[in-house]
Write a protein that binds this ligand. Sequence first.
Ligand code: FAD
Length: 475
Amino acid sequence: MESSGVTSIVWLRDDLRLDDNPALAEAAALGLPLTVLFILDEESEGIRPLGGATRWWLHHSLTSLGAALEAKGSRLLLRRGPAQDVIRQLAAETNAGHLFWNRRYSLPERTVDAAVKAWAGGNGIEAASYQANLLFEPWTVRTGAGGPYKVFTPFWRACLADGEVRDPLDAPRNLPAPPEGTGAAGDDLGSWHLLPTSPDWSGGLADTWDPGEDGAQRRLEDFLGGPAADYGTGRNVPGVEGTSRLSPHLRFGEVSPFRVWREIRGRFPREVPADVGIFRSELGWREFCWHLLYTNPELATRNYRPEFDRFEWQSLGSDELEAWQQGRTGYPFVDAGMRQLWQTGWMHNRVRMAAASFLVKNLLADWRTGEAWFWDTLVDADAASNPANWQWVAASGADASPYYRIFNPVTQSKKFDAAGSYLRRYIPELAELDGKGVHEPWKAGGELRGYPAPLVDLPESRERALEAYQRLKDS
Ligand code: FAD
């Protein structure tokens, strides 16, 4: 510890990485004894508790981060409780004079951060915050009239026109050691019970993912060196690895969007190929979702378009809801997606759209029912992207899919999984159906090893949805 005895704290949250971590880099450069802190805060007002799949991810990501910090001469201190209380207590224990963090953008989290900053200012502690997890902070992108954007294309155009994307920072070579005495006072990660037990359903997640910064870096390299070249078409085919699968890594900040941006520029210094440009605009959708959440903090609970408060959602029986959740609707494209979600914690985007459309349009269930299920089961469940996309599908959102766009799961699977490889992978009951029969198993006749008959008639349920949407429009 330096002679004055003053120390620093860096508080990591959705930025579980050493690379391009401005808060960590600044704290390291200051050179004071440094506590690297993560708080499990399930108590501060309004903070949405993590779902089961993100709890699993967090456990492994923190394990990986702890090891990476130790390799640099530091360690990760884990504490649990309302963040303000934890910080106050820790600052007193360590004689902290500096506090660093990277900014977050949900209202409850921003409220906590503002309160901590105010408290720090009143107590002689210098609190500094940085931009790390979004390329374009929500309040910096404004329409000509000075308001927030409601439509993606002009939003992204404005981002690209004005916004210089900074270069990422390298990970600090070494980190200052923690102040003496704080190590023992941390929680044991196991005591947080983030992993599922009785039953442990996480086997498929463990087979699929490698949480942590190294896993994120590998994904990025594999993607840019392979599927990125054909992303424009590959991204629509759920049976192949045509997308980056970076979403959970971005969700937890194991890779910085600035690093992704830089890697693309580095590989394509002259001109970004069209396919890679499409990938970059998907990163733009992530930014847009955060822009929407920032200006509509209740995006996960309230219709973005208030007229949808009058929409006649149907309350589903538990049988119908479970059939959707468990992938037993009788429509293979929907069911394969829902089973992929359950087994791996992730679902291909095209199938997410079809499965969500089936729930809110063919079954007329309130989009919040589906949002909650995805929140619990997705490893990339994200406070902005999940509700924004559900509202997009339901037509209640900003720049939403038109209400009359009802994904037909049979047409979708014939078009995007023509050979049925994705369907057969996740629905063993259909393994023996050859050729195109796999898209419409009810036409095969006979027993299908327990695969159910269709839950609803597609044309009828489509008509019912169109009528309900039309009534809303007319009312
Ligand atoms: P890629 O195609 O490789 O795209 C690269 C990155 O761009 C993604 O990692 C993601 O960060 C971002 N991105 C891509 N599409 C979108 C999109 N439509 N909206 C916002 N960001 C996007 N994405 C989440 O990250 N978290 C969620 O909770 C989430 N919930 C969704 C719910 C529904 C109903 C739907 C239709 C989509 C949802 N998405 C969500 C968006 C999208 O499905 C995933 O981001 C994508 O499938 C992740 O796979 P990938 O990393 O291979 O994507």
